[in-house]
Ligand binder design. Structure first.
Ligand SMILES: CC(C)(COP(=O)(O)OP(=O)(O)OC[C@H]1O[C@@H](n2cnc3c(N)ncnc32)[C@H](O)[C@@H]1OP(=O)(O)O)[C@@H](O)C(=O)NCCC(=O)NCCS
Length: 172
């Protein structure tokens, strides 16, 4: 019997207050800090779906659409949009809220792929995901095409890694 889980079962939220140690010299959130938040919330979501350990296989581009300012709330929402055999696509939406005015802005979105890992350390099958809402169905419907693009990118990355090798510039 195939196990199925609803998208809603993996929905995960994370909010933080942006404080000076998180910001750059423009008083906006460091890009690297935001990427760490994205990976963290997406991994939690993938684990809720798989109910087991996962690793990040890839992160599609993160588009920083608007800066997130010091003293804003930054909140992230993640959920599994699509599954294949052992991999899961997770969508993350990042919203900044000006805590004084209440104005909210979508500042970034990202798709990540996680792979479930079994006790032998190898990829292991995940339950199939079932989309229910209009938003979930919209994201689910576009996922196979994104997955195909990722496979092509993975091939190119492997080729580049083979081409470049590990030798350092100063080594003979
Ligand atoms: C991701 C990883 C487990 C894949 O293992 P592998 O032996 O190459 O396995 P496979 O080629 O059989 O791929 C397994 C699944 O991962 C998917 N996958 C692998 N690399 C991928 C990538 N770059 N992007 C998207 N999906 C990927 C495959 O499509 C496959 O999905 P499916 O089973 O649903 O069809 C392995 O490459 C790895 O451990 N990478 C390092 C992960 C890591 O350290 N992450 C950061 C810290 S968590």
């Amino acid at each position: 019997m195939t196990i199925e889980r609803f998208v809603r079962e993996s929905r995960t939220f994370k909010a933080s207050h942006v404080l000076p140690p998180d910001t750059n010299n423009h008083n906006t959130l460091f890009g690297g800090r935001l990427m760490a938040h994205i990976d963290d919330v997406a991994a939690i979501s993938a684990m809720k779906h798989a109910r087991g350990p996962v690793v990040t296989a890839s992160t599609d581009s993160v588009d920083f659409l608007h800066p997130i300012r010091v003293d804003n709330e930054v909140s992230l929402e993640a959920f599994v949009t699509w599954t294949h055999q052992t991999s899961m696509e997770v969508f993350v939406k990042v919203v900044a809220e000006d805590l004084l005015s209440g104005k909210r802005t979508v500042c970034a979105t990202s798709f990540l792929t996680f792979v479930a890992i079994g006790p032998d350390g190898r990829p292991t099958p995940v339950p199939k995901v079932v989309a229910e809402t209009q938003e979930e169905i919209f994201l689910h419907d576009g996922a196979a095409e994104r997955a195909e693009a990722r496979q092509q990118r993975r091939k190119r990355s492997k080729h580049l890694a083979d081409l470049l090798g590990t030798r350092r510039p100063w080594e003979p």
